[in-house]
Structure formats: C-alpha cells, structure tokens
Design a protein around this ligand. Structure first.
Ligand SMILES: Nc1ncnc2c1ncn2[C@@H]1O[C@H](COP(=O)(O)OP(=O)(O)OP(=O)(O)O)[C@@H](O)[C@H]1O
Length: 522
C-alpha cells in the first residue's frame, strides 16, 4: 500500500534554486500488472526550484509512475509523500498525455472559468477576457469560444498547461507534464519551456516527461532514466550529452542517425486537389505522386494540422476539384476514403487513433477484413491471429501481446499499433499527422523506415509535422503553410531545418511553389 504521509515541513531554498527537503518523495515503488512488472523499486525526489526530466523507452514505466504519484494507480510496494501541511501542503498538478480536456467545451469552459452555457453576458465577457489572458502568457491568441476539438493539438496543450498553472495558492507545488510537447513546433516548445522555467524559478518542483532528448537536455536540471521499469540513472543534466542519454535510454551505444533514403523518381499523380477550402484553410492546391513523401510545415494556427483530416474527409472541406487515382471524388467520408485507398494516422490518437476497448489484433485488422474472411463471410480467426502476431513483431509492439486491450499499451506502443493498422494494406495515399508523437528514439527510426518502404512500394505520403528535423529526414519536398495557405515549397538543398523555421514564420524570401509559376495551375 502507498502511504501518502506529509513529512515534517522543511522549507526549500530560495526560488529558482533546487534545494532543501523534497517537495515530493517516492520511495521503492513497485507496480505489477498481470504478467508484467511495470515498476521495480523506483524512487524519485523532486525539490523546490528544480526541473526533473523522466525519460525512457516506450513502456519503460513513466506514465505508470505518474499515475501512482497521482493516486490513480495504487503501488504494490513503496511510499509517496509530500512536504508541508494545511494551507502550505504541496499539491500535485498533472498534465497527462491525453490532456484531460473536454473536446466539446470551449477554451473558456475548459479553463474552468465558466460553466458551459447559460452565463450572464457581462460575466461571460469577463471570463472570456480572463481565458485570453491565461492563454496569452504562452504568447498565444486564439478563439477561446470554439469547441477545443476544433483547435490544433498544440493549442489544446496550451489550454491544459494554462489550466494547471492557474489558481495556485502557493508556489511550492509540484507540476508534472507528461509528454506535453509532442505536437508542438520548436518555437511553441520554447514558449512552453520558458513558462515551465518560470514556474520552477518561483519555487515549484517540475517533472517533465519527454522523448525529445535534446529538449530534455535543454530544460532539465536532473534526468532520471527508466528502463524496463527500473531506474537506471538519476544524474545532473549538465553531466550528460545527447549520445550519453541515448545510451542510457536504449541500453546500447548511440549510432549515427540514418541518412535519408535515395528514392527513385516519383510516379504518376495519385492525388490531385485544387482549391481546398475549409475554416482555417484558404484554397490549397496539392498534388501527390506515387512514391513521393511530401511534408507540410507551419507554425501553430497555420492550417498545417488541419490538412490531413480535410484531405481524408474526416473534416468537411470544399474543393474546385478532388481527384484520387484519376477519379473524381467530390463527397468525401472517412469510410469511403478508406475504401478508395486513403489511410490516415491522426494526430489525436486518443480520439481517432485506435478503439480503446478493442485489443491490438482487432484494431490492426479492422480497416480491411476482406482478405481475412472465408467464403461465407466468416472471419478466418487463425489467419487473423497469424497476421496480428506478424504485425506485432514487425512493429516491435511491447508487450508483444495482440490480445491485450489497446488502452493498456503505453502511448508509444499504441502509435506503433495505429501505424501497423494503416500500413498493412499498402494504401495509395498515406496521410500522417505528427507520426512519431510519443514514440521513443529507437522506434522512431523504425517508423521512418516503414514510411520509406511504403513510399518505395508506391504509396504517396503526406506528412504534417511540427518537427522540422523529421520533415528534412523524411520528405522529398515540404510545403510551408502560413495563415491557411501554402506560401513556400522547399526541396533539395533548400530543404533544411533552419529554412523551414524561417519560412514558417515568414522571415525568409518567399519561395513560389513551382506549380504556381507562370500561371500554371496544378
Ligand atoms: N492498465 C494496464 N494494464 C496492463 N498493463 C499496463 C497497464 N498500464 C500500463 N501497462 C503496461 O505497463 C508498462 C509501462 O507502461 P507505461 O504507460 O508506464 O510506459 P511509458 O514509459 O509511459 O511508455 P510511453 O513512452 O510509450 O508512453 C507497459 O508495458 C504497459 O503496456
């Protein structure tokens, strides 16, 4: 049993300096799930003023530890304690991977400053202004009256973070952020990191979970590494560099990152769209050829994250024309899109990625069961099981249990299952939104290889990502969006991380997409 015992209060050192007795102390935590020890004798101290990063491969136990600290799970062994008592008791504030927001509510309602609907106009105005002010601390300004399901992932993250920081009665609390930056563009990350640093400087303890190791080294004072449920390292961040951290996470020496593949020239046009329009997207022309990987970059609010769902038919969009494999496809729906060979790995994994109550096997085989059914339409169970087993092995899903419920896999392993589900049928067009979010450094390279191979088999790939490095690694060319329009196209030597960032912010010379030159229309 976990005892949550407030220890004798011991004030921490001055703001901004890690020191004193811990605000939070976990000792000897053990957690077993059926057939699996998720945490094995893990201890963690968090002091006032320090930012502690927890890193580890997918399934290493990070989220389980957070859930135990939060009291969501009960540990089988070990204790968790917090400093202070009464009004001074250290509180724990957590932003989980799924953010814990209500999709149908607006930003104002999610920030808890207004009950949904039914407020007097003056009060509502006041609360709207308050919500705008909270969000503006992150350098952001977006429509606080939209249901947050219509906002970009990064905007939703910002609302969750603003909510967690709002209303603290004293500064010496502990804030845990579980992969808060997965969908954020580099500059958005910087905004968040600065905000988190301010919270620590004011005297809070911060726990930051991320797979982005460079980011971890930039923000953390101390780095705790979990591997297979055990703590293998707990050291000052200054004593680590990228390679040392990779080695601690993977247990193997860091190897050079794969260089981009040399692709054969792209084939015929598979997807040909002109004048795609929807709220936030103002007339986009897009052509994808068989075998090419095209990226979409842009800052928060540029329309970057809207594009895959608009192309897929998950969100309604008008277009002057929309041709798929030479056939007009004016009325798009997700079901029909799948039938016509479109696949969509959505950024919002919790909502669209997988069906939580189904197991991994059912999730992976769901989009296309035709090849697994016999003459009478009955499912050939043995064939389905064989396929599920092969996919679990190929994508290195851990644990390798096709019968385990999707919801019980760690976030990164859920992403591998979603990939396996969409890639297994060689889609004509593969739409990817933040394809490696929550995926650890080893699995990321494996997913990149899968994308390369899909392209080599002739799939046209569209990849929207906040990670410029990822776009440079994966893409033949990258379209840069700003204010709902494509403002540049980068390829060849122009396609660099810095150029993508400059173009995203409109700080570089405009590059006219080749297809728009000389009045030519794609
Ligand atoms: N409710 C559950 N039932 C069974 N197994 C679970 C449950 N929750 C987590 N696990 C397992 O415990 C292990 C640790 O999972 P956890 O979510 O803590 O990993 P993680 O380090 O947060 O991974 P990721 O980086 O992918 O988010 C995994 O093998 C996971 O499948």
């Amino acid at each position: 049993m976990v005892e949550t015992t407030p220890p004798a209060s011991a004030p921490a050192r001055g703001a901004g300096q890690a020191g004193g007795d811990p605000l939070m102390r976990a000792t000897g935590i053990v957690k077993d799930f059926p057939g699996l020890r998720a945490l094995d004798d893990v201890s963690l101290d968090v002091r006032s003023g320090e930012i502690v990063a927890i890193v580890g491969h997918n399934g290493s136990g990070k989220s389980t530890l957070v859930k135990i600290l939060a009291g969501v799970h009960t540990a089988d062994e070990g204790t968790v304690s917090f400093a202070g008592g009464g009004d001074e008791a250290t509180e724990l504030h957590i932003i989980h991977q799924d953010l814990g927001l209500v999709s149908e509510f607006t930003a104002v309602e999610n920030l808890g400053v207004g009950a949904p609907g039914g407020l007097a106009p003056t009060r509502r105005r006041h609360e709207r202004e308050r919500a705008r002010e909270l969000i503006s601390r992150f350098g952001e300004a977006f429509d606080v009256d939209l249901p947050i399901s219509r906002l970009a992932p990064a905007q939703r993250s910002i609302i969750a973070i603003a909510r967690a920081l709002d209303g603290w009665t004293h500064a010496r609390n502990v804030l845990i952020l579980d992969e808060p930056t997965e969908a954020l563009h580099a500059t958005e990350v910087e905004i968040l990191v600065n905000a988190v640093r301010r919270v620590a400087d004011a005297g809070a303890g911060v726990v930051f979970i991320s797979h982005r190791l460079d980011e971890v080294l930039g923000i953390a004072d101390r780095v705790v590494v979990l591997r297979d449920g055990r703590k293998v390292s707990d050291v000052a961040a200054v004593s680590l560099d990228h390679d040392a951290l990779v080695e601690l996470v993977t247990g193997a020496a860091a190897h050079e990152e794969e260089s981009p593949v040399d692709r054969s020239p792209a084939g015929d046009i598979v997807l040909d769209i002109a004048g795609l329009r929807a709220p936030g997207v103002r007339g986009i022309d897009l052509q994808l050829r068989a075998g090419e990987v095209v990226g979409v970059a842009g800052v928060l609010g540029s329309g970057r994250d809207l594009l895959p769902s608009l192309v897929f038919g998950g969100t309604r969009a008008d277009a002057d024309h929309y041709w798929l494999s030479g056939t007009s496809y004016p009325d798009r729906t997700p079901r029909e899109s799948v039938r016509r060979g479109l696949a969509f790995v959505a950024g919002d994994r919790a909502r669209y990625g997988g069906i939580r109550a189904m197991n991994a096997r059912e999730n992976m085989t769901l989009p296309e069961l035709g090849s697994l059914t016999g003459p009478g339409g009955a499912l050939r169970s043995a064939a389905e099981q064989r396929l599920a087993r092969a996919l679990v092995d190929r994508y290195d899903v851990r644990p390798a249990r096709p019968e385990q419920a999707f919801a019980r896999f760690s976030g990164g392993n859920q992403q591998k299952i979603v990939f396996a589900k969409w890639l297994r049928n060689d889609p004509r067009v593969l739409l990817l939104e933040e394809p490696t979010q929550g995926v650890d450094i080893g699995a990321k390279q494996a997913l990149y290889a899968e994308i390369d191979q899909a392209a080599a088999r002739g799939t046209a790939v569209l990849v929207c990502s906040s990670d410029a490095k990822e776009l440079v690694r994966l893409c033949d060319r990258v379209l840069v969006m700003r204010e709902g329009q494509i403002v540049a196209e980068l390829s060849g030597e122009q396609l660099t991380e810095s150029e993508l960032v400059l173009q995203g912010y409109g700080l570089a010379r405009a590059t006219v997409p080749p297809a728009m030159r000389d009045g030519e229309h794609p």
